[in-house]
Design a protein around this ligand. Structure first.
Ligand code: FMN
Length: 139
């Protein structure tokens, strides 16, 4: 199974998830925009933080600029509130571009020295690793 992990993380929280997922799958994660889509990838993992209720602009631009017809994707994200809005919007945009969404995972990420301090924590990262294994099993 060939897998790619692409992420957008301005503050480093989503990066932690990306690294945990990539490590679990024995690959390297890449910053969104720094790598193009691997045409041979069976599953592409996309991760982003939540900024003003939306995924990062770089993430949305990348989705808009690419065709995902027939591609399987798995989504992950972090946000101060932990509601997962970033993942929902990525899913909608990717479906519009032809992708099949296998599943998603989101957790809290510390924000503004006030919210969700300590997240993502060990349990959050364990959850991300489990998510990675589940997605590969499904894909
Ligand atoms: C400019 C900015 C806007 C944010 N807007 C939201 C928001 O609308 N909802 C929310 O739950 N968290 C919000 N947050 C918190 C981030 O989503 C949270 O810290 C997340 O883990 C950031 O991911 P990152 O560290 O990978 O960049 C915001 C953070 C920043 C810096």
């Amino acid at each position: 199974m060939r897998v790619q992990v692409l992420f957008c993380s301005k503050g480093g929280n989503t990066r932690k998830l990306a690294l945990a997922i990539a490590e679990e799958l024995g690959i390297k994660a890449a910053v969104i925009g720094a790598a193009s889509i691997d045409p041979a990838a069976d599953i592409i993992f996309f991760g982003s933080g939540c900024y003003g209720g939306r995924p990062g602009e770089e993430m949305m631009r990348f989705i808009e600029e690419n065709d995902f017809t027939g591609r399987k994707v798995a989504l992950f994200g972090t946000s101060g509130g932990g509601a997962g809005q970033e993942v929902k919007l990525m899913a909608a945009a990717l479906k519009q571009k032809g992708a099949a969404v296998l599943g998603s995972y989101h957790c809290k990420g510390k924000a503004f020295l006030l919210f969700s301090q300590g997240h993502p924590d060990m349990a959050d990262l364990d959850g991300a690793r489990e998510f990675a294994r589940d997605m590969v099993r499904l894909g």
